[in-house]
Structure formats: structure tokens, C-alpha cells
Design a protein around this ligand. Sequence first.
Ligand code: ADP
Length: 214
Amino acid sequence: MSLQEKRQEYKCGDSYVTLADIPPWSKSARTREGQDISPTSAINEKISIFQGDITKLEIDAIVNAANARLAGGGGVDGFIHRGAGAVDLQAECQSLGGCETGQCKMTGGYRLPAKYIIHCVGPIGEKPELLASCYKNALDTLKAAKLRTIAFPCISTGVYGYPNDNAADVVLKTVKTWLEDSANQAAVDRIIFALFLDRDLEAYKERLPRYFPQ
Ligand code: ADP
């Protein structure tokens, strides 16, 4: 199917967002400061923040904050199941036999603009190692599947109750460490933090210059 044909099938119609619409962090900082400086680190070309609905992103893979049964639920999980077409996605999820906390499983994206969904099961409550494990496993899964673009919601910070600021620290540290491996860095084009709530946008904006200095 051509991209034009696939776009006709999107449940979100023509409200999809392409990678070209989302500047990398290096560019965001340059624009903000009104300066045309070259990025100090290649890593800064590989990450972005995006405020909005993750299900609109026309990229290789979006991450779902799933439950252990992969049964579909509320929050971002509900958005993803509705955006994909709940019946088809549920059938594939049911065939996977659930997923352990901190682990992930990949499915097709069906009628989402994203090609694949990586379903991560985040910890209930503040368990930094399990949260870090979600992000690392999702990135390893992306790389193993030879996919190059991914977006993450703020896993566990909704119903699962992980404090937003502390989660942002774990996420940025984990992603930075993963990207510092040169083979990983070469394997991805963009890692997008899809921030739905203003409080998460603020938490990431405050921390990005610290973890990813320009
Ligand atoms: P969890 O059960 O892992 O806590 P939730 O879905 O309750 O998962 O919340 C995870 C995060 O996803 C929250 O920050 C929530 O605001 C955010 N979220 C909800 N809907 C969307 C969406 N459509 N796109 C991106 N993020 C979303």
C-alpha cells in the first residue's frame, strides 16, 4: 500500500503529524535563543518533545502505557486502542499472553499513522528500575526491529501514580545513557517524548538542558 493509500485508512483522518513537523531538541534550543549555532552533541539531534496526542504521530513506532494483560484500558491505552481500531488490535494483543512489568511487546499499528505499537507495562507506584527498564526495552525492541523513530508517553505517571518530576528524571537519564552507546545512536533517527499534560511539558523543558546540554 502506498503512503497516500495508507493515509486514507487513518482513523484520525488528516490530523496526523509527520516527523518533519517536530523539530529536534538541538533546533528547538537554537530557535528559542534566536541563534544559529551548531549542536554541541549529535545526541541532541535525536530527541524531541512534542505536546499533544501520541496517536497522531506518523512515525515507525509509538509506545503504549499498557496493563499486564495487554487488554486495553483508559488513558493513553484507550486512545491507542481507539486510534488503531480496537477490534483488530485487541485480537493481536490477546494472542500475546500478557506482559511482565518493565517489559514490552510489539504489535502492528493498524489504523494509526504509526506503523507499530510497543506496549510497555510500567510499574504501579515509584519503582525507578522498572520504569527505566520499560524505556530501555522499548528502545532495544525498536533497534532489533530495524525501526528508526519512536515516541513515548509518560509511562506510569497517570493512573499508575508515578510522580511526574521523578519519572522525567528517570526517563531522561535512561534515554541519554542508551543514546551514548554509538551503535544505538546510529540505529535511531528520533526519540520523541510525547507530553500530554502541561505539567509534563514543564518537567521536561526544565530538565532537558541539564541532561542534553547544547
Ligand atoms: P499509566 O497507567 O501507565 O499511568 P496513563 O495512560 O494513565 O498510564 O497515563 C500515562 C500518561 O499518558 C499520562 O501523562 C497521561 O496524561 C498521558 N496521556 C493520556 N492520553 C495521551 C495521549 N493521547 N497521548 C499522549 N499521552 C497521553
